[in-house]
Design a protein around this ligand. Sequence first.
Ligand code: AMP
Ligand code: ZN
Length: 108
Amino acid sequence: MSECLFCKIIAKTIPSKVIYEDEDIFVFHDINPCAEVHFLLIPKLHLTNMLELQNDRLHISLMGKLMVKANQLAIELGLANGYKTLVNTGVNGGQEVYHLHIHVFGNK
Ligand code: AMP
Ligand code: ZN
């Protein structure tokens, strides 16, 4: 079993407020929201952060899928007037959880 917090959330050994899940990606509410709506999108594949991304079909399709789903869910959750996206990467990027994730947050 991975020691990664977000891998445990994907495996549901740690509970989360799930918004969406399919074979490739997992989406859940941030436990410490910084706006009315704040959720995280993650690939089920453990990637530490964007520094691990390769120019291959798998990574390109995963990142595209995450971004398209980010927009769809933002609209569904009331953010059709706009929202912020954030990806913290590595020590200098202020990353706290080392499983690649995209923040989406905003007020309705
Ligand atoms: P960062 O790595 O700095 O981009 O942010 C990690 C984010 O994960 C923070 O916004 C935390 O509030 C969030 N977080 C940490 N633990 C959990 C958890 N168990 N469930 C949901 N979100 C979490
Ligand atoms: Zn992980």
